[in-house]
Design a protein around this ligand. Structure first.
Ligand code: GA4
Length: 316
């Protein structure tokens, strides 16, 4: 695996700052909106996703990543498949290996099936059930958000994610312990996610950091029983910049392995992304040009990880 020693500024201790949202309480909608405005990031508790399901999937992931490299690389592919060190196609690298999979609902868009796993059936079932359950939780969160923003109808955002043709991705990341004992090794470089919203769950190894609006970084303490949500670029546009698509990164750990699973909730390829009219009082306030998800995705995939991908879509 490639070794990187890009300097990383020491983050502030962040424990008390990250918003924790109890989604079993409908009144949390106000705290949710505030978290999306202030951080573009929050932790969700009382989510109803089965911990057993999560641990089955995590075991499958650990089994997969412990296969010999020669076997894993047989699954190398683009955009879906196994990857090691290289992120995207434009020269980004990190101390990470991963499996990227299609998590679409649409029949015919066969999910990427890692046939080399010891038990592909167990993996496939766990993956399907997990994405179903996490998608449902994501829709609940998006509905609480629309409620909190007083947007009608309530499914204005959730319907984009539950659409049969929604373009969603599932990612398993493995950050092996990094023997170069210093804090300067980047696991996954800083970036924003292009989609609407992303939902991350990890084992109990920290490493995730988020960028605050003042430019400083804070470490996100790991919590294997909660989910972490981050606002993506598309939701920033739909809220006309009111919500922040948070910059985040992962720093490698010197002793422990980090395993994370992320569901990236995107809309269908033809979906038009533009500031919601109910959030914009007059035309002059619109910060972004309209684009389709397909246009944005294509442009994002040509960019470097740390690029400001929304800039070309800002209104002059
Ligand atoms: C960031 C969010 C998701 O992990 C991802 C990433 C994708 C990739 O790993 O291939 C990208 C990155 C992500 C944005 C810019 C481009 C594309 C790597 C990269 C340099 C799967 C996604 O959808 O966009």
């Amino acid at each position: 695996m490639a070794v990187l020693s890009k300097p990383v500024t020491e983050p502030k201790p962040g424990f008390s700052q990250i918003p924790v949202i109890d989604i079993s309480d409908p009144e949390s909608k106000h705290a949710l909106v505030k978290a999306c405005e202030d951080f573009g990031f929050f932790k969700v508790i009382n989510h109803g996703v089965s911990s057993e399901l999560v641990s089955v999937l995590e075991h499958e992931a650990v089994d997969f990543f412990s296969l010999p490299k020669s076997e894993k690389t047989q699954l190398a592919g683009y955009p879906f498949g196994y990857g090691n060190s290289k992120i995207g196609r434009n020269g980004d690298v990190g101390w990470v290996e991963y499996l990227l999979m299609n998590a679409n609902l649409a029949s015919g868009s066969d999910p990427f099936l890692p046939g080399l796993l010891k038990n592909p059936e167990t993996f496939r079932n766990a993956l399907e059930e997990y994405t179903r359950s996490v998608r449902k939780m994501t829709c609940d969160v998006l509905e609480m958000i629309t409620d909190g923003l007083k947007i009608k109808p309530r499914n204005t955002l959730s319907k984009l994610v539950s659409d049969q043709n929604a373009d969603s991705i599932f990612r398993l990341n493995h950050y092996p312990p990094c023997p170069l004992i210093n804090k300067n090794v980047i696991g996954f470089g800083e970036h924003t996610d292009p989609q609407i919203i992303s939902v991350l769950r990890s084992n109990n190894t920290s490493g995730l950091q988020i960028n605050l609006t003042d430019g400083s970084w804070i470490s996100v303490p790991s919590d294997h029983s909660s989910f972490f949500f981050n606002v993506g670029d598309s939701l920033q546009v739909m809220t006309n910049g009111r919500f922040k698509s948070v910059r985040h990164r992962v720093v490698a750990n010197s002793k422990k392995s980090r395993v994370s699973m992320i569901y990236f909730a995107g809309p269908s390829l033809t979906q038009r992304i533009a500031p919601l009219t109910c959030l914009v009082d007059n035309e002059d306030e619109r910060l972004y040009e309209e684009f389709t998800w397909s246009e944005y995705r294509n442009s994002a995939y040509k960019s470097r990880l740390s690029d400001n991908r929304l800039q070309p879509f800002e209104r002059k």
